[in-house]
Write a protein that binds this ligand. Structure first.
Ligand code: MN
Ligand code: MN
Length: 319
C-alpha cells in the first residue's frame, strides 16, 4: 500500500550497508518546509572541556542508524504512519568560533521553527542546546526540560567563558529560556568541586535526580512524577549520552562511572509520552572514542525513541 508520509528506505529495497547515510535512511530536504519533525545535525565540539570529537557525531549517528526499522515494537509507535519527517542535513557552523557558531545555530533553528517543525538534533557537544533553546523560547516561551546527563551543566563560567558545554542550563535560566520549576535532571553523578555542586539548580526549582537514586530500579515510577511536575506546557528533551554508564556508551568526552542503563534511559524517553514535546537533542557522542560504534548506535536509537513520543505520533501502548 502506498504510504502517505516519508518512509525510511527499507532493508529489502537496499542492503542496510548501502545507500546514503541519512538519519534512519530517510529522504533529505534542504529546509523544514512541510515537515512535522526533522533530524538535523550540528557538527560542533569546540565547547568541550576534555575529550573532543563530537563534531563527527552527526555523520556517525546517521551511519549507525541504518538498522532502525520504522515501527517501535516496544511501544507500538508508528511515527512514519502519522507524521512527515526528513533529514535536513547539518548546520554550517564556524569551526573556529564558538560564539559565531551559536548565533548561526539560533538563526537556523528560527527557520526550522517557522515551518512549525519539531527539531530532533544530532549533536555536537552540549553547547548546542543553548542556541536551540533561545530559538525555542522565542516561539514557545520558557519551556520545561527533561535533561539526562552525568553533569548538571550549570557552571557560571569555564576558563572565564560564559558559553561552553558545561554552562548551558545556567544561561538558559538566566535568559528565561526554561522554567526552573518544570526542569528535571536525571543521572547526575561523579566527583565535584564542592558538596553543593548540584544545588544551584535545586534553588531554581529543578528536580535533580542523582544516579544513586536510580541504581537497581525501574525509572517508570519516577517518570510518572516527572510528567506531573512538567505538566501540560511545552517541554524540551536534552539527552547527553554520558548520562548512560560508560559500559554502554564509552564514546563520549567527559566520562563518569555508575550511570544509567539503556533500559532506564528507554523508560525515561518513553515516559515522556503524552508531554507537549517541542524539540529534543542527543549530544556529546564522540566517535573517535567509540571504537565499536555502539555509542553512536545507542544515540541513533534514542533519537528514534524521541521521535516516537512526539505529539501526533500515535502509540498503542501508553506509559
Ligand atoms: Mn555530561
Ligand atoms: Mn551535558
Amino acid at each position: 500500500m502506498e504510504k502517505k508520509f516519508n518512509q525510511p528506505l527499507g532493508g529489502n529495497d537496499m542492503t542496510r550497508a548501502g545507500g546514503p547515510a541519512t538519519m534512519m535512511r530517510l529522504p533529505t530536504q534542504k529546509n523544514a518546509a512541510g515537515l512535522d519533525a526533522c533530524f538535523v545535525g550540528i557538527p560542533l565540539d569546540i565547547g568541550t572541556s576534555n575529550r573532543v570529537g563530537a563534531r563527527h557525531a552527526p555523520r556517525s549517528i546517521r551511519a549507525e542508524s541504518c538498522m532502525i526499522r520504522p515501527y517501535n515494537m516496544g511501544t507500538g509507535a508508528a511515527p512514519f504512519d502519522n507524521i512527515q519527517v526528513a533529514d535536513i542535513g547539518d548546520i554550517p557552523i564556524n569551526t573556529y568560533s564558538l560564539l559565531k557558531s551559536i548565533d548561526i545555530i539560533e538563526q537556523k533553528f528560527d527557520e526550522i521553527l517557522q515551518h512549525n517543525c519539531i527539531p530532533l538534533t544530532l549533536g555536537g557537544d552540549h553547547t548546542v542546546t543553548l542556541p536551540i533553546l533561545r530559538a525555542i523560547a522565542k516561539k514557545h516561551g520558557p519551556v520545561g526540560l527533561v535533561h539526562v546527563d552525568a553533569h548538571t551543566d550549570v557552571n557560571d563560567e569555564m576558563f572565564g567563558e560564559k558559553i561552553a558545554h558545561g554552562t548551558t542550563f545556567r544561561r538558559a535560566i538566566e535568559e528565561g529560556l526554561i522554567n526552573g520549576n518544570r526542569v528535571v535532571q536525571i543521572g547526575v553523578r561523579g566527583s565535584g568541586y564542592a558538596a553543593e555542586d548540584f544545588d544551584w539548580g535545586r534553588k531554581q526549582g529543578f528536580r535533580v535526580v542523582q544516579a544513586e537514586e536510580c541504581w537497581h530500579k525501574s525509572l517508570t515510577p519516577l517518570m510518572e512524577e516527572v510528567r506531573q511536575q512538567v505538566g501540560n506546557g511545552p517541554v524540551y528533551i536534552s539527552f547527553d549520552i554520558d548520562g548512560l554508564d560508560p559500559a554502554y556508551a564509552p564514546g563520549t568526552g567527559t566520562v563518569e562511572i555508575g550511570g544509567l542503563t539503556t533500559i532506564q534511559a528507554l523508560e525515561i524517553v518513553r515516559g515522556c509520552q503524552g508531554l507537549d514535546i517541542v524539540g529534543g537533542d542527543l549530544v556529546e557522542v564522540s566517535p573517535p572514542y567509540d571504537t565499536s560504534g555502539n555509542t553512536s548506535l545507542i544515540g541513533a536509537n534514542f533519537l528514534f525513541e524521541m521521535l516516537c513520543v512526539l505529539p501526533g505520533v500515535l502509540s498503542e501502548k501508553h506509559p
